[in-house]
Design a protein around this ligand. Structure first.
Ligand code: ATP
Ligand code: MG
Length: 356
């Protein structure tokens, strides 16, 4: 089945949904400015994956804004959404007719399918989600969205028959839940949903180190997180390059006095080696060999500080070049596509459940 998503004559390319082409789907919440950890661990690998596959896969990049309101949003959500989308372009995302960018709340089918899947999922399986247990902290005052969001996530995936959903380890359980819900519906009503591939296969497909965790600069035994309060513990993508360099120079190291890659005993130094390798896109092993045995930590810090500040200058210059209008145009086209594809799947489900 091919669904033309635009009949308007002002479109330069007529984009079609080709059912024989598989879909890769991804999204990052736009709640706040991202860190260097988010960039190196999530954004950059995703952009590389998209660029590598966008000739033969549909690439759906969506802003999960309904997921955003589960927790506090830093600043203005609308501005954050635009900035979040600019991040992808500044990180090198190449746009072609197979790349679709849309906002979740602008495709009402997500919320509608979520409700239907709510009536398929059990309290037992949903209550077992680790993210829910962690985020709710056992408090009855936690909002129902925190409990329900894995089901919304299942709808996000199943509406587009996405087989590949590049995600961090913390979301693996939600992929398994999505698979279970899809199989349950298919078992009862026939082959309605494409079941996303199992997490082990997802990881293989992504070809990235899923366990990759850039460390907190002040407490390198922890990972860098955007919600950490201490400013010097994290590098934000909008940090002035010279401020970021200072943060690297004051990063916590150790008293061994010899550069060695060992995340257990020397996490601070190992983190710097890791950052240096990722930013310059060279094998970690090469960076480790270059610096092995070096006794002056200051020299390594200076080199990493330079790499980080150069990367930020380039990234920020690219961000400044992307206009809001460019993003609006991508959203307009992407949302037309997304609504058409999602509504066809939703109607199929509604009919199966006797709602149409
Ligand atoms: P928060 O403090 O709000 O949890 P976070 O920085 O941990 O923020 P998330 O929103 O939880 O970020 O995750 C967004 C994406 O970034 C996920 O794919 C996650 O795996 C990845 N990610 C988060 N922190 C790091 C890190 N330190 N190194 C590498 N990847 C990371
Ligand atoms: Mg996190």
């Amino acid at each position: 089945m091919r669904i033309p998503y635009s009949s308007r004559s002002d479109k330069t390319i007529l984009v079609c949904y080709n059912e024989n082409m598989k879909t890769i789907l991804t999204g990052i919440r736009a709640n706040s400015i991202l860190t260097l950890g988010n960039y190196l661990g999530a954004l950059l690998p995703m952009v590389r994956l998209a660029n590598e596959h966008s000739k033969d896969y549909h690439i759906n990049i969506f802003v999960p804004d309904l997921h955003s309101i589960i927790s506090d949003v830093d600043g203005d959500l609308q501005k954050n959404i635009i900035r979040g989308l600019k991040y992808y372009l500044a990180a090198g995302l190449e746009i072609n007719e197979n790349v679709h960018i849309y906002r979740q709340s602008h495709v009402p089918a997500h919320s509608e399918l979520c409700w239907i899947l709510d009536c398929v999922a059990t309290m037992g399986e949903t209550s077992r989600m680790i993210q829910y247990k962690e985020k709710s902290n056992g408090q009855e005052s936690c909002n129902v969205g925190i409990f329900n969001y894995p089901i919304l996530m299942a709808a996000d995936i199943l509406l587009y028959s996405a087989e590949y959903v590049p995600i961090g380890e913390d979301q693996f359980q939600h992929i398994e839940l999505t698979r279970n819900l899809a199989m349950r519906v298919n078992h009862k009503y026939g082959e309605i949903f494409t079941v996303p591939v199992a997490t082990a296969e997802q990881v293989k497909f992504m070809e990235v180190d899923n366990g990759l965790r850039i460390r907190d600069l002040l407490n390198p035994e922890k990972k860098m997180s955007k919600s950490t309060k201490a400013e010097n513990s994290k590098i934000m993508l909008d940090d002035a390059p010279e401020v970021a360099a200072k943060k690297i120079m004051s990063a916590t190291t150790d008293s061994f006095g010899k550069v060695k890659y060992d995340m257990w005993s020397q996490p601070g130094i190992s983190n710097l080696l890791q950052i240096e390798a990722l930013i310059n896109d060279v094998p970690l092993q090469d960076v480790i060999s270059t610096w092995a045995g070096e006794t002056r930590y200051g020299d390594l810090k200076k080199k990493v500080a330079e790499s980080v500040s150069t990367m930020l200058s380039t990234f920020q210059a690219k961000m400044a070049e992307i206009s809001d209008e460019q993003i609006s145009k991508l959203l307009e086209e992407g949302e037309e596509y997304a609504n058409n594809v999602a509504n066809v799947k939703l109607l199929e489900v509604q009919k199966a459940f006797g709602l149409r």
